[in-house]
Write a protein that binds this ligand. Sequence first.
Ligand code: CP
Length: 326
Amino acid sequence: MITTLRGADYIATQDWSVEALETVLETSFDLKRRFALGEPTRLLPDKTLFMIFFDKSTRTRNAFEAGMTQLGGHAHDLNPDIMQISHGESPRDTGIILSRYGHGIAIRHDLEPGAGDAYIREVALHGDRPVINLQSDVDHPTQTIADLMTMREKFPEGLRGRKIAVSWAYAPSYAKPMSVPQGLIWLMTRFGMHVTLAHPPEYGLMQNIVDDARRNAELSGGTFEIVNDMDAAFEGADVVYPKSWGIESLFGEPERALEISKKYTDWICNGERMRLAKPGAIYMHCLPADRGYEVTDEVIDGPQSVVFDEAENRLHTAKAIMALTM
Ligand code: CP
């Protein structure tokens, strides 16, 4: 367990050692136990977190705001429209100013490939306080650490050698960010899992992350492969994580992207596909899910679904990240 994370930024799991990530998990399990017992956990009394949301959020916003309250501090729920960001104030100046007023800065900036991670890193470079990525164009590290916690709970005998299928699925609602599948292949390849990424040809992930995933798997004793077939990914899987994401070059052209996605409406997680996975396989999704498109009600509300435990773990992991870094 690492005791020197105070002041660290949490922008991508790939920036953190496995030992540091294990420290987050250990702390999350402890905080979850204490939450269940009703024990107070005022570990950050009088501290302030500034949360800036460039995009909508239910789980992340409320996990961090409730988490900060439970830790004895306060979280400001901000967005660019109520800040001078909307008049062009720079990430550098925003980072410096907010660092003078409080103890941590957390940012979601996820819908524009090439923009969010760069913005968050610019704030971190110039601010003096820990910066937490609440979802960028590149990674969603507060989601994937909760996913890892959930898998550890469901497979207490360990994840090494288990197969996870990270698959694209069709959704008509909007072009969802690429950061969840990217974060999953980045993180799960570091824990000795067999990671299969499945997507139609147009839906490739950022190349540097795919390259990292291959290297991570070699180092951890896991494997990493990419297929263009949802069924092949589900075959023999212990964990299935089908979700939609957009086409990297088309986030600025939603109508064109939607037209392309309509070729793949059969990429849905249904009961028939679940039967390709192992009998004890679990179904995961970061939520919100497009019911009837990404997944059938039968699956998401069925016995193999762990989505609400997964969503709950957003709270415990958020508290752990804040308590360790702020
Ligand atoms: N999974 C997730 O990040 O949910 P929100 O978009 O509601 O925060």
